[in-house]
Design a protein around this ligand. Structure first.
Ligand SMILES: NC(=O)CC[C@H](N)C(=O)O
Length: 195
C-alpha cells in the first residue's frame, strides 16, 4: 500500500474549501484544514490559500501561527502559496516596507493587473508541470517583479513571473483550486512525496 501524506490548508480566511476539494480527489492524500497550533503537527505539506493577504497576516499574528509556519519551512516542508498565499511567502512587497512570513526571495506587486483586468482567465503550458495547457484563473492577482537566483521561474505571462519555485516553496499568482484541473495540485503532492 502507498503511504498516505497529509497536506494542511491554512484555514483563516479565503479559498480553503476549494483546495480541500481538489486535494480530496488525489489518491493517498489526506487533506486537513489547519488553524490551531496543534493542527500543524505532522503535516507533510502546507497550502496558503488565496484571499486577502493583509487579513490573513493579521490572523496569523493573532493566532500566533507565523513562527510555526516559519519552522515548517526550516524543516523544508513543502509550502505552496496561491495568490494572497504568494504575497504571504514573499520577502518584499512593492510599495511597503513590511512583509509577512518573509520566506521566499521574491518581490511581489499586489493587485498588479489593475482594475480593468482585476479578474481574467488564460491558458498556458507550464513545462515543469505538464506538456499540455493549464487553465489559469487570476483574481486581483499579484505578480513577481523581482527574484534572486535561488528562485526558479515556472511561468511568465506577458513578461511577468506568475509561478515560481524555490526549493520547498511554490508560489502561483493564479488559482488552480478554482478549476477542476488537478495537475498543479498533483505537482505539489509529488513535491511533498519527493521531500
Ligand atoms: N485572489 C487573491 O488572493 C487576491 C490577493 C489580494 N489582492 C491580496 O492582495 O491579498
Amino acid at each position: 500500500m502507498m503511504e498516505m501524506i497529509t497536506i494542511g490548508v491554512l484555514d483563516l480566511q479565503g479559498g480553503v474549501r476549494e483546495h480541500l476539494h481538489l486535494l480530496s480527489q488525489i489518491s493517498n492524500v489526506r487533506a486537513l484544514s489547519v488553524k490551531k497550533k496543534e493542527d500543524f503537527n505532522n503535516l507533510d505539506g502546507l497550502i496558503l490559500p488565496g484571499g486577502e493577504s493583509t487579513t490573513i497576516s493579521k490572523l496569523l499574528n493573532i493566532f500566533e501561527l507565523k513562527d510555526i509556519i516559519i519552522n515548517l519551512n526550516k524543516e523544508e516542508i513543502p509550502i505552496w502559496g496561491t495568490c494572497a498565499g504568494m504575497i504571504l511567502l514573499a520577502k518584499e512587497i512593492a510599495g511597503t516596507s513590511t512583509s509577512h512570513l518573509n520566506l521566499m526571495d521574491i518581490k511581489v506587486k499586489r493587485n498588479a493587473y489593475g482594475n480593468q483586468l482585476a479578474s481574467f482567465k488564460s491558458k498556458k503550458v507550464i513545462p515543469k508541470i505538464s506538456k499540455k495547457e493549464l487553465p489559469l484563473v487570476f483574481i486581483r492577482a499579484p505578480y513577481i517583479t523581482n527574484k534572486n537566483k535561488k528562485v526558479k521561474t515556472l511561468l511568465k505571462l506577458d513578461g511577468k513571473i506568475v509561478a515560481a519555485e524555490q526549493d520547498n516553496l511554490l508560489a502561483t499568482a493564479f488559482h488552480p483550486e478554482l478549476t477542476t484541473d488537478l495537475r498543479v495540485h498533483k505537482y505539489f503532492v509529488n513535491k511533498v512525496k519527493a521531500d
